[in-house]
Design a protein. Structure first.
Length: 170
């Protein structure tokens, strides 16, 4: 049996330790926010965080995640960085089909947790390897920039879009 800490909760899995993390979460735990894209760590759709670092979960075995913190798209908005990224995504209408967006958001959040005000080159480098079949790269880049500004601004001046939706404003 393998015990993994996912989004702050421990989960017991009875899977071979070479099982890719993506399949453990999707098939065994029903956490389907992280997407399968290529299965070879080339597209970024399966990006999640392992101890705060973005990883490609389609090729990361569950054995590599033992005694580490896994964060998935389901929990990314639990801190101000993840919330700012999701708000920027919604405000700028980044997704078209949306399939790659969980991986894009996870990569953007990992960057902004390390570099609060990234320059264009840092954004491009951090997002490299996250493929968007719809080609929304310009909006993705703009959303990362907007999120970086929102993180630096006092939180009391802005009500997150996610809170507006949950609060019944729609």
């Amino acid at each position: 049996m393998t015990v993994l800490t996912i989004n702050g909760k421990q989960h017991e899995l009875t899977l071979p330790e070479d099982t890719p993390l993506l399949w453990a979460l999707r098939d065994q735990l029903g956490m389907t926010g992280t997407k399968y894209g290529c299965g070879m760590a080339l597209c970024g759709a399966c990006t999640m965080h392992l101890d705060g670092e973005p990883i490609r979960s389609c090729v990361t075995p569950i054995s590599a995640a033992i005694n580490k913190k896994i964060t998935t798209i389901e929990a990314i908005a639990q801190d101000k960085v993840g919330m700012a990224v999701q708000d920027a995504w919604m405000e700028l209408g980044v997704p078209q089909c949306g399939y790659c967006q969980s991986g894009q958001i996870m990569s953007a959040a990992a960057l902004l947790k390390k570099v609060m005000r990234p320059n264009d080159q840092q954004i491009t480098e951090a997002m490299n390897g996250n493929i968007c079949r719809c080609g929304t790269y310009t909006r993705i880049h703009a959303a990362v920039k907007q999120a970086s500004h929102a993180i630096a601004a006092p939180l009391s001046k802005k009500t997150p879009a996610a809170a507006k939706i949950k609060g019944g404003a729609l």
